[in-house]
Write a protein that binds this ligand. Structure first.
Ligand code: ADP
Ligand code: ZN
Ligand code: ZN
Length: 678
């Protein structure tokens, strides 16, 4: 057998971690050393004994053979939660092209201790969200509901695979209200009964008191909650609880993935299609991909759930990489809302210039008469989207960013990228004319128009502006759930994760605003838009109606959304992705370069383009460099270069090639470079 070498990270609390050191594995230790094992090695010129983690094993020496030292010993039973996370960090570094340091910072929480008992953390969620109910005393475990036939079948298949050690990822495609959460809880039960632990990811926006309470009532103090509003100390404390085995279930947003459980058996990702599962930091990881790797490392089961699966997940299911289960009925009773599409061009022809179609007006009036509730959805906050001059046509732009400013409260302009705020100017900044007019209705204006049209209605508005206060979110939602208002107006945050039994009408006022977003996923987002909203209306026995207002009723995203026909949507959207070579048909590497010096930025971006073009000619499709969708943010310029290739490994090779050269340039101190794989 060839000589084997281990790449080792020296104990992270002492050394500069961004470098791995190669050691020879002596024959006597060959069977014991694996990725993740903790070992003792001689280190530095004095050959002091240090501990380190094995992150990679190869049969190739990267240095002069005579300079490579030997692993001294293996620390017994050293494959721990931490060593597994370090192995995961290594994988993330390789896959997303970050440094090891950045990857480690992502998977290992900052060590800052603040004690907060579990019940207090759940309670903090209650207090902060302004809910009047109290946390029940511990161990209030509620008996599970009995699963219906479809649910039971999925749970049974899961148990049977799990017990046979088959760990193929599973995608549960289940309509809203089909009882996915109950199925998750049955799966968690099974895994817990075998002494293993579970991680449940829920998008931050849906991580509400209501959601957490469902798990709390079932599993009591065995759950831990992790959300972004916890302080670093509180987060660290939650992780410590997992490390010490004081908890079995970690529920939270993306970062809950890194809970250091000793014997992780199950990872659930609810609403797997949510954009929030992609990290904005470095490494720009996707929780679904990381969870797949983490499940492999732990030999755990990965469950993805969605009513509108991402194209990535669904194509993997169709290719047999994931197992696909379906839930097609409404578990809690009630029927799916009926969906109507209103063609706004026809409204215009009939002389209706209002934001409410005649049909929607009629339906809202009926709801007000019957004492039922309505939700109105508008994907844009503020009063008007932008203000422009009727004389010269210029829109008022943020001086620091390359975007137009949004009108708020009819009197000030706010930049949604940097927060810069100015009073609404009386004259056009470009030509001085007094004819400034607003365009593009936002939620504030919708509220005003709704009050005008339905003066008797009690109205609440929910968007980033009304929820920025701690707890604002839950205060509005619980007031609405109690019936304190007839109409709730809001951005996408109103359509997630809440159960409003009195809502029988959902109006999507301008479905097209998301269709025109500068992003190849905009079709997917448009299709997803009415999904949860339609499921929301009429969750109880009352039949609900969802109304989609659009100028493009014939667009396949709108047509399929109206029919809630996911299969047809998938077929058409996949056709589009194939045609354009977009993910998941192709892999894409997006290089974002940013900096204050526009000239240098342009120059360096061209250099990157040319060297990639020269050295990888024919191997990839290069697009750009182009200005980012918003070219300037906070006085920093942004340019993008796209690369497409079916083979992910080639993209990684290119990224490594770029980064190696980048580190040697002068410019790297003045410009920033970021990699985004998809
Ligand atoms: P999903 O997560 O798929 O949207 P939920 O798990 O939230 O669905 O279930 C929707 C509603 O149906 C909830 O109120 C839940 O309590 C109820 N429910 C789920 N399963 C059952 C069941 N087997 N029997 C009765 N009610 C159920
Ligand atoms: Zn700005
Ligand atoms: Zn002007």
């Amino acid at each position: 057998m060839a000589v084997q070498y281990a790449s080792i990270i020296i104990d992270i609390s002492h050394e500069n971690v961004d470098r791995v050191f190669q050691y020879r594995i002596p024959d006597s230790l060959l069977s014991q050393v694996q990725v993740g094992t903790q070992v003792c090695v001689p280190f530095g010129s004095g050959n002091r004994q240090r501990t380190g983690y094995v992150v990679d094993i190869t049969d190739r020496a990267d240095y002069d053979e005579s300079r490579i030292k030997e692993v001294a010993e293996v620390i017994p039973e050293s494959v721990t939660a931490d060593s597994r996370l370090i192995r995961l960090a290594w994988w993330m570094k390789e896959r997303y092209g970050s440094t090891m340091n950045q990857a480690l910072k992502t998977v290992l929480p900052v060590r800052r201790r603040v004690r907060a008992r579990n019940r207090e953390v759940v309670r903090s969620l209650v207090l902060e969200e302004g809910v009047s109910g109290d946390v029940p005393e511990e161990n209030v475990a509620e008996p599970p509901v009995s699963l219906n036939r479809e649910q039971a079948a999925v749970a049974e298949m899961f148990r049977s695979d799990y017990d046979r050690g088959i760990h193929m990822p599973v995608l549960i495609h289940g309509i809203t209200g089909s009882g996915k959460t109950e199925v998750y809880m049955a799966m968690i039960d099974h895994v817990l009964s075998q002494g293993r632990q579970a991680i449940v990811l829920i998008p931050e926006i849906a991580l509400t008191y209501q959601t957490v309470m469902r798990f709390y009532k079932r599993f009591g103090s065995r759950i831990c909650v992790m959300h972004s509003r916890l302080s670093a100390g509180e987060r660290y404390d939650q992780f410590e609880r997992a490390r010490r085995g004081e908890t079995d279930i970690m529920i939270g947003a993306r970062s809950a993935l890194f809970a250091p459980f000793a014997n992780l058996g199950l990872i659930i990702i609810d609403e797997e299609h949510e954009g929030a599962y992609k990290s904005e930091g470095t490494p720009r990881y996707h929780a679904r991909e990381v969870a797949e790797e983490l499940a492999r490392i732990h030999e755990a089961q990965l469950i993805l759930g969605s009513a509108t699966p991402s194209l990535e997940a669904y194509s993997r299911a169709r290719a047999g990489i994931y197992r696909l289960y379906r839930l097609t009925g409404r578990a809690g009773g009630g029927s799916l809302a009926q969906t109507e599409v209103v063609d706004l061009r026809e409204e215009m022809k009939q002389g209706n210039k209002s934001i409410f179609s005649l049909r929607l007006q009629q339906l809202i009036r009926e709801r007000l008469d019957k004492g039922e509730q309505t939700m109105l959805f508008m994907n844009r906050r503020g009063y008007e989207n932008f203000v422009s001059c009727r004389n010269c046509g210029e829109a008022v732009k943020c001086p620091h960013c390359d975007v137009s400013m949004t009108l708020h409260n009819r009197n000030r302009l706010v930049c949604h990228y940097c927060g810069h705020t100015i009073p609404l100017p009386k004259h056009c900044p470009s030509c001085g004319s007094a004819y400034l007019a607003g365009f593009g209705t936002g939620t504030q204006k919708i509220e005003e128009l709704t009050r005008q049209m339905f003066p008797q209605a009690r109205i609440l508005r929910m968007d980033l502006d009304t929820t920025s206060r701690k707890g604002g979110h839950e205060t509005i939602l619980s007031a609405f759930a109690r019936g304190d208002a007839d109409i709730l107006i809001g951005t996408q945050m109103i359509v997630k994760g809440h159960d409003f039994s009195r809502v029988t009408l959902v109006g999507i006022l301008a479905a097209d605003t998301s269709l025109y977003a500068p992003d190849y996923r905009c079709g997917e987002r448009t299709f997803q838009l009415p999904g949860p909203a339609a499921g929301r209306a009429g969750r109880s026995q009352r039949p609900g109606i969802a109304v989609i207002q659009t100028y493009m009723p014939e667009h396949y995203c709108i047509r399929t959304a109206a029919k809630q026909d996911y299969e047809e949507f998938y077929r058409q959207e996949m056709g589009f992705r194939r045609l354009m070579a977009y993910p998941p048909d192709c892999h894409m590497l997006e290089i974002l370069m940013t900096g204050k010096d526009e000239e240098l930025l342009n120059h360096m971006m061209d250099q990157v383009y040319q060297s990639v073009n020269k050295n990888f000619q024919g191997a990839i499709q290069l697009i750009g460099p182009v200005p980012a969708a918003v070219y300037k943010v906070n006085d920093i310029y942004r340019k993008i270069l796209y690369m497409k290739q079916r083979n992910y490994d080639i993209l990684i090779r290119i990224q490594t090639y770029i980064q190696d050269r980048w580190d040697e340039t002068e410019a790297c101190r003045k410009l920033n470079i970021q990699y985004d794989f998809s």
